[in-house]
Design a protein around this ligand. Structure first.
Ligand code: MN
Length: 233
């Protein structure tokens, strides 16, 4: 019996997929990994020494994505929701123990995303030694653009990245300031998990994170990708 003929006891969740610029075919999402503290300024503002400790990771859920410049609904259980603008790597070919010098062969393309964070719940989790999901992996916590393919745009290693709230610049950085660059992130992550085609990696945020409130309009931009807009509703 093929999968399409399988009977499920409840309706299975639909495959989450992201538009690919210049294509009608879509990119199916497997997992969403996020790198913590990958810009010096942001590490400092979070109260950490920006020394080059090994990168660490957390995850969001594929169905946390908000696509097509959709609104960001203010989430429950928080009074302190922060914006974090981040370049996103889309993996096109999986693997384990991928060497740094081969890592870019595994990249399908790039996107721009917002790692929205319930900072109060994340801070509580840090204090109590609990996991970060409550702060990071909530509904609608990952607004994201379509994917720009490596075929069309090459690899992104430098270029400005910023986020404005209501037209005012809040975060600003350059991709060349990543403490761990894209090949290093992929190489390290692939020693911990088996990467698969469809995995997205949010690469960390520059300094200047801060709270948003209902009615705010967030506009992010990254050279080589373009912009994302999300209104807080
Ligand atoms: Mn982040």
């Amino acid at each position: 019996m093929s999968i399409s003929q399988t009977e499920f006891v409840v309706a299975p969740a639909p495959v989450v997929s992201v538009a690919v610029r210049g294509s009608v075919a879509r990119y199916p999402v497997h997992r969403v990994y996020c790198v913590g503290r990958n810009y010096t300024e942001h590490a400092r503002e979070m109260g950490h020494d920006p020394d080059r400790e090994l990168p660490f990771f957390f995850q969001k859920n594929p169905d946390n994505l908000v696509l097509d410049n959709g609104d960001f609904p203010y989430p429950p259980m928080t009074n302190n929701v922060h914006h974090e603008v981040e370049m996103v790597v889309a993996i096109g070919k999986g693997g384990s123990d991928i060497p740094v010098e081969k890592a870019l062969d595994h990249v399908y393309g790039y996107a721009l995303g917002l790692d929205m964070t319930r900072r109060d719940l994340q801070n509580e989790a840090k204090k109590t030694g609990r996991p970060w999901e409550l702060g990071k992996a909530f509904e609608h916590s990952a607004p994201m653009t379509d994917i720009v393919t490596v075929d069309k745009a090459g690899h992104l290693a430098k270029g400005t990245i910023w986020l404005k709230v209501n037209g005012e610049v809040k975060q600003q950085g350059d991709l060349d300031e990543l403490i761990w660059n894209v090949p290093e992130i992929i190489a390290h992550l692939s020693t911990i998990f088996e990467l698969k085609a469809g995995d997205l990696i949010m690469t960390g945020t520059p300094g200047g994170v801060g709270a948003v409130k209902r009615g705010d309009v967030m506009e992010g931009y990254c050279e080589g990708i373009g912009s994302i807009t999300a209104k807080v509703v």
